[in-house]
Design a protein around this ligand. Structure first.
Ligand SMILES: [Zn+2]
Ligand SMILES: [Zn+2]
Length: 205
């Protein structure tokens, strides 16, 4: 859950917000678009795919934000985000089948090792039911004219370069997590270059 620190410059009163982290979808042109909390799912679906589909297509990323005590600039690290949700009513039966198969491949050796044939059979049957149900749901959504994902124009079908973390902000970066900024950190204001940032509030989203 993103946390935010709200600051104001003690000289020019310019306000800045520093967030802890945020989720991004990488588009086919390589750019990152923010998926604001708490509407990550619907924002992602606006681009034609669910969060777990974006994750499977290696297009979901999380940025962690930092602020530099030396120059006041904000910077970020970036890592791929994995979402393991089964949107059985949204994903194609083939995707659901692949997902189910991967779970069976993990669970089956353990069940067989303990000679739980009964559980193994139940497990496989349950997975088949999930696949059949997903196909039924998908057909129902289509016949009702509801949106189904992924759409043909959804990002992720072409390969794009990995997004990179931000460049060093100055010659002497002194980074702290943005949402942990305190008055004592004496973060310089980048607006007027003379004031220091004072924390005036915090937020959560
Ligand atoms: Zn200022
Ligand atoms: Zn810096």
């Amino acid at each position: 859950m993103p946390i935010c620190s709200i600051t104001r410059c003690d000289a020019c009163s310019h306000e800045r917000q520093f967030w802890s982290d945020a989720l991004y979808l990488q588009l086919d042109d390589g750019s990152l678009t923010a998926l604001p909390h708490p509407q990550e799912s619907s924002s992602c679906e606006d681009f034609g795919l669910t969060l777990s589909q974006a994750s499977q297509r290696r297009r979901l990323f999380a940025k962690d934000f930092f602020v530099c005590r030396h120059c006041g600039a904000q910077s970020f690290t970036i890592q791929r985000k994995k979402v393991w949700l089964l949107d059985s009513d949204q994903q194609s039966p083939w995707e659901v089948f692949k997902f189910s198969l991967s779970i069976v491949c993990v669970a089956m050796p353990i069940l067989l090792w303990f000679h739980r044939w009964d559980l193994a059979v139940i497990f496989v049957v349950a997975m088949l039911i999930v696949c059949i149900e997903s196909r039924r749901e998908m057909c129902k959504r289509r016949s009702e004219g509801k949106r189904t994902f992924s759409t043909d124009d959804a990002p992720g079908k072409v390969s794009v370069p990995e997004p990179k973390p931000s460049n060093p902000c100055c010659e002497r970066p002194d980074l702290i997590p943005g949402f942990q900024v305190k008055d004592e950190d004496q973060i310089p204001c980048r607006e007027c270059q003379t004031g220091k940032l004072k924390v005036i509030g915090a937020g959560i989203s």
